[in-house]
Ligand binder design. Structure first.
Ligand code: HEM
Length: 136
């Protein structure tokens, strides 16, 4: 079980590297005016999203393996899963934004994306406290 948990944590950390960096690219993209910079940001956003999506599935897969394979249960896990659903929704909304930016159809400001960038931070703090402290 510890090896499964180790890979769960490795893929969770890698997933968050993408969830923290991609919205930061959106902040820069929303401020960009130079065509060369805009083209480079479009390329980076598309590559990063395609790279981090299978990693997200691996993080979730190992989590499911822990949950269903080793009989974990409790209110903490239900609360965690609700937050994980928010995270999966956030991830796929980033995919929609990648497409909007690629089509030059972004309508939001860099200020919006700076706040948008904070959502994974809040989810990470809540999930890690839930899974380590198991308060309920
Ligand atoms: C389908 C989604 C997920 C499921 C079913 C799941 C389930 C689990 C289970 C059953 C454990 C073992 C808990 C223990 O050993 O006490 C665990 C550990 C852990 N999970 Fe998840 N998890 C999921 C997604 C996530 C996500 C998205 C994060 C990060 C935000 C995360 C962070 C962690 C951490 C840090 C641990 C290690 C806790 C420890 O060793 O005390 N998990 N997960």
């Amino acid at each position: 079980m510890l090896l499964v948990k180790a890979f769960h944590i490795i893929f969770v950390v890698s997933w968050f590297a993408g969830l923290f960096y991609l919205p930061r690219l959106f902040v820069n993209h929303a401020m960009a005016t130079e065509p060369a910079e805009i083209a480079r940001l479009k390329l980076m956003e598309g590559k990063l999203y395609r790279f981090v999506t299978p990693i997200a599935w691996l993080a979730l897969g190992f989590g499911m393996w822990l949950w269903l394979g080793y009989g974990f249960s409790g209110g903490w896990l239900h609360a965690k899963l609700a937050l994980v659903l928010v995270l999966v929704g956030y991830h796929y909304y980033c995919g929609i934004l990648v497409k909007q930016f690629a089509a030059g159809q972004n309508t939001r400001s860099h200020v919006f994306y700076r706040w948008f960038n904070e959502i994974p931070v809040l989810v990470l703090v809540a999930v890690v406290i839930l899974v380590t402290v198991k308060p309920f």
